[in-house]
Structures are given as C-alpha cells and as structure tokens.
Design a protein around this ligand. Structure first.
Ligand SMILES: *Cc1c(COP(=O)(O)O)cnc(C)c1O
Length: 379
C-alpha cells in the first residue's frame, strides 16, 4: 500500500478511486480478451464512475446495462464502444430509445421478444438475444442467486420456445457471483447439456458476470480455456460482462471518528453509514476491511463502528486497532469502488461522500462533490 497519507488529508466522508489498481485489473482483462478474442463488457451495475470510462475503454470492449439510464450513460461517456443491454422487462418508450444506442439487446422472456420483435427487426445493426436460466448455480445467498427457486431471471428449458428463434442471434446467461473459473466450467456443462443444441445456430453467447477474474487466486487460464473451447465448438463470439472484477480492490472510503461512546463495549460513531454508503455490508452481509485493523479482540483496542443515522442496525462491524481511537481519527475502508457509489442514498439526510480519483501519478483529483441540494432534490 502506498501514500495513504494523502487519503488521510481529504475531507470525509469520501470515496477514492485508485487508478493504478484499476489499471492493474484492466490489464488482466485485456489479456483475457487478447488470448480468446472474447469481448469483455463492464457491468455498470457494479461501477458507474464514468469519469474513468475513457480509461476503461482503452482496455475492454464496452459496457452492459440493465436499462435505459445505464445504456445512456455508456453512450454519453464511453465513446465508440459496444453497448449491451439486458433488462428483466422493457417499457415501450425505453425500448425505442435503446434501439438508438445499443449494439446488443437481450430479452428475458419470449413474450417480451414477441412484443418487440417487429420493431426490433427493423434495426439491422442490432443483435438480439435471449437470457436463459440453466437452473444451475453455486451461489449460497438467495438474494444474489438468479437460479433460486421461482427466479424471474432468464428462460428455463421448459419455457424455451424453439420455434420463435427467428431474429435471435445469441444466448445470455448470468448465474455466478464472486466465483472462480471452476464454477464457470461446471455451469457451462449444464448450459451445454440443456441449450447446446441451440448454440450451433447462434452467432454469440454471453457468459454474464460474477467472474472474480482479478482476485489474486483466480484461475485465469481456466477461464481462457473455457472461452476458447465454447468459441471453437459452436463457432460463436463469446462475451463476458464482469462488474466486480473491473474495479475490485480499486477504491477506498475514508471516514472520520465523530465520537466514542460506551455500552458494555467501546463504540465509535463515524461519519459514514452502512445503510447509505455501503449497503452491501447490511445486505450481503459482509465486513469491509479497514487499513491497520483486525477482527474484534485481536489487537489491543476493539470498537464497534456505527453510523450517525438513527437506524439502530446501521453498524459497520467490530474492529480492533493497536491504538485507542479518538475523535478526529480517520479510517480507510478498502474495496469501496464496487457496489458502493452506485448504491448510495441520502436516507436520514446523510450526505453523499465526495468522489476523488487517486491518479496513476499520485495526485488526488476531486471528481464529484455533493451537498444539501442533492438530498432535497429527490424528495
Ligand atoms: C450483476 C450482473 C453482472 C455483473 O456481476 P458482477 O458480480 O458484478 O460481476 C453482469 N450481468 C448481469 C446480467 C448482472 O445482473
């Protein structure tokens, strides 16, 4: 880790995107593209900090979106790159707009495909696909599992209308979350077994997101092998659309200690909120890492970190430090680029953290600053 002192001088709360870390991830993704000829798309759901889209566009093929707003953001901010879209259901007005800016549009059902088919097929340059649900996943948390019982996401084999494929050039599946290439390999087996017979007639397949490609122990070679095998067997263009992997470990959230209170244990109130600034801490749930900290009771001083909101459960977690915390101390949460800024809210009047870029040459650049008007405008 380097130059954290610079982060400690920033007004809090703030997110800091780490450009060097982002570039490190992007280089791995670019290598996967070049060794497979697959196209990698940023899933904007995880990370939409468009100030770095020009940088991202130098390394990967484009973006994917879940609807008009994300697609439009990519169109406005990422230049001449591919724009893909998948939505569980499109509204008529949105669909007309999407036809003007997308390269690929994926439908979640045959009824949506039939509803839009006529106007869709007037757009000769757009490729249309269907999201399938292979009913196989290895995700343990239901809220993140697109293959959980009665899932609305994707078409199951039982509901696949093989006589309605005229105009469809590809299939899409998304069934993974923070998983390795071994999970992809097992998933592909099921996808092939159930839908392989249709793949021979397709031009492309999209393996979705959830590939933890830039995590240190990820088996990149296995991913490359999986992509090349499917590409060659079915003669298809392969796409993958990771979100997390693009900006994994590429950002921080800096917060200040506002007060220390006691109730059987030491509790530090900080100027950031799990509910507002890192909701996955409550939803996943997970425990973000803080630089120079450890689990509770490992180092000498343990604190529960809580937000300045009135939600009793707005607790980030219990951490220990080798020094006693005091008002004004700053703490740095890591891996705060993904699923953080995109999920922000101003519940309870919480301010939105500013967004800074820690540039490749070590400068700190302010990208966004928010104030009271951002809170008021939404209500
Ligand atoms: C969320 C999502 C992604 C990205 O998932 P990550 O876990 O961030 O890689 C890709 N495709 C679809 C359809 C998604 O819903």
């Amino acid at each position: 880790m380097y130059e954290f002192d610079k982060l400690l001088s920033l007004p809090t709360p703030c997110y800091v995107i780490d450009e060097n870390a982002l570039i490190k991830n992007l280089e791995i993704l670019k290598q996967v593209e070049s060794e497979t000829n697959c196209h990698i798309l940023l899933a904007q759901k995880a990370f939409s900090a468009y100030h770095v889209y020009p940088l991202i566009s130098k390394y990967i093929s484009g973006t994917t979106s879940s609807g008009l707003y994300e697609a439009r953001l990519a169109y406005e901010e990422m230049g001449e790159k591919q724009i893909h879209c998948f939505s569980p259901a499109y509204k008529d007005n949105d669909f007309a707009e999407l036809l003007k800016i997308c390269d690929h549009i994926v439908f979640n059902s045959f009824s949506q495909w039939k509803h839009f088919r006529e106007i869709a097929l007037k757009s000769k340059n757009i490729k249309f696909g269907l999201r399938i649900n292979p009913e196989y996943s290895e995700i343990k948390t239901d809220i993140y599992d697109p293959c959980s019982a009665n899932s609305r996401l994707g078409i199951t084999l039982e509901n696949f209308e093989e006589n309605e494929l005229d105009g469809i050039s590809g299939l899409h599946f998304h069934t993974m979350c923070e998983q390795g290439a071994d999970v992809l390999e097992r998933t592909l087996e099921v996808v092939e077994q159930k839908f392989g017979k249709y793949l021979y007639d397709m031009e492309w397949i999209n393996f979705g997101g959830g590939h933890h490609i830039t995590k240190p122990d990820y088996n990149v070679k296995k991913l490359i092998d999986c992509i090349n095998r499917i590409k060659n067997k079915y003669n298809v263009q392969v796409y993958i659309e990771p979100g997390e992997a693009v900006a994994l470990n590429a950002g921080y959230l800096v917060t200040s200690v506002l007060d220390i209170v006691k109730n059987n244990m030491n509790i530090a109130i900080v100027d950031t909120s799990a509910a507002c600034h890192m909701p996955d801490v409550l939803e996943m749930p997970y425990r973000p890492y803080i630089i120079n900290s450890d689990e509770a009771d490992i180092l000498k001083y343990t604190y529960r970190l809580g937000a300045p909101t009135c939600l009793a459960g707005d607790i980030i977690g219990d951490y220990s430090f080798d020094y006693p915390l005091k008002t004004g101390d700053k703490l740095i949460f890591t891996d705060m680029s993904i699923y953080s800024m995109v999920k922000n809210n101003t519940f309870n009047g919480m301010p939105l953290p500013s967004i800074y870029l820690f540039t490749a040459n070590g400068d700190i650049k302010l990208l966004k600053k928010f104030d009271y008007s951002d809170f008021k405008r939404r209500l």
